[in-house]
Ligand binder design. Structure first.
Ligand SMILES: Cc1ncc(COP(=O)(O)O)c(C=O)c1O
Length: 350
């Protein structure tokens, strides 16, 4: 497995973790007396499969058949996929693999998911938040970003907490213009009408796509996500990742949903319809300044009577995200069940 040329210098001589090395040994065996596990344990007494080839093939088959652009010729293989303990692990792995602490800069068009800045700081990196532009906060200041010459750029698309999408031409321009990696976090892509950036992964060697099973696939408790990128990027992350971070029960849960995805696909359509309905109802309220046009399973709502709504939501013990520090007088509310959405709407109505 070859390291990417931009790996942190201090990691260049690192060996693969032994469980991964073991996989590559020429000799195969029928009996494992080398792992010090308890042979009297149950279903989970062995370590998990570290390569997950079958699961990766099935995953690629599913995601590449969804929402694909016309005449898509993307070629992705198991070498282009790394499963992680949620996409949060993917974010942290990228920050540990490539930028140099106390030297490199991570650029984050904001407002966006707070974890990018959080884990960047933990990894000793400089963070530069560049404001998103436009009425829908879905334009990026490419010139400003290029000037910063970041080692990593994190773009959440569709964006959390705004819900809006950055267009493909803009994303492609970023990939073309930057020397560093462009990480596109597609945690909510299943709820979007725009196709994934995966479909131009072959064109841009600096593009990295993050995915998760926590949102659309309904498996937040399972802790599984994926990094999709060029082989040398994935290989590099294998040197750094805990070798068993995706457990056997997680792999089974992911396999089960991928084998029988129809219920989940139906839920996506249902959630999109409920989002449209709640969007329409909220947009007509006099106390609503703006509802952002969301391509996710949540809505960002700016309110004239923000304080009052927050107080009433608290009284009813309903949690929404207070986003007022990022977008004036706004909250982010998830699309819940019909009853939950109705209860929320009653409170907004006053
Ligand atoms: C944009 C975005 N990326 C990543 C994550 C983390 O997902 P995971 O549960 O896969 O770690 C979240 C969770 O809220 C998110 O909103």
């Amino acid at each position: 497995m070859e390291m990417h040329k931009n790996v942190r210098k201090s990691l260049q001589k690192l060996s693969l973790p032994t469980p991964i090395q073991k996989y590559f040994l020429a000799q195969k065996w029928d009996m494992d007396l080398g792992s010090n596990t308890n042979p009297f344990g149950g279903d989970f007494s062995d370590y998990p499969d570290v390569m997950q080839f079958d699961l990766k093939r099935l995953y690629l088959k599913r995601i590449l058949s969804l929402n694909s652009p016309p005449a898509s010729r993307v070629v992705l293989d198991t070498d282009n996929v790394l499963f992680t303990a949620g996409s949060m692990e993917g974010i942290d792995l990228l920050l540990r693999a490539f930028p140099h602490p106390n030297q490199d800069l991570v650029c984050i068009p904001s407002p966006t998911f707070s974890a990018y800045a959080h884990w960047s700081v933990i990894n000793g990196l400089q963070v530069k938040q560049v404001p998103l532009l436009g009425n829908n906060l879905n334009q990026v200041d490419i010139e400003a970003i290029v000037k910063l010459n970041p080692k990593l750029l994190f773009i959440c698309n569709p964006n959390n907490p705004i819900g809006t999408l950055i267009s493909h031409p803009l994303l492609k321009k970023l990939c073309q213009s930057l020397n560093g990696f462009v990480v596109i976090d597609e945690a909510y892509i299943e709820f979007s009408e725009q196709h994934s950036s995966l479909f131009y992964l072959n064109e841009y060697p600096n593009l990295i796509v993050l995915r998760t099973f926590s949102k659309g696939w309904g498996l937040a408790g399972v802790r599984c996500g994926a990094v999709l990128a060029h082989k040398t990027i994935i290989d590099t992350l294998r040197y750094i990742q805990y070798p068993f971070s995706v457990s056997i029960p997680s792999q089974h849960a992911v396999r089960d949903v991928l084998m029988a995805p129809d219920k989940v696909y139906e839920a996506w359509e249902k959630i999109k319809n409920m989002r449209r309905d709640l969007y329409n109802r909220l947009s007509h309220r006099k106390n609503v300044i703006k509802v952002f046009e969301s391509q996710t399973n949540f809505l960002m709502v700016a309110l004239y009577n923000f304080e009052d709504v927050i107080r009433r939501l608290r009284q009813e013990r309903i949690h929404v995200l207070d986003c007022s520090s990022e977008v004036l007088q706004s909250i982010r509310v998830s699309i819940g069940t019909e009853e939950q959405n109705q209860k929320f709407f009653e409170i907004i109505k006053g």
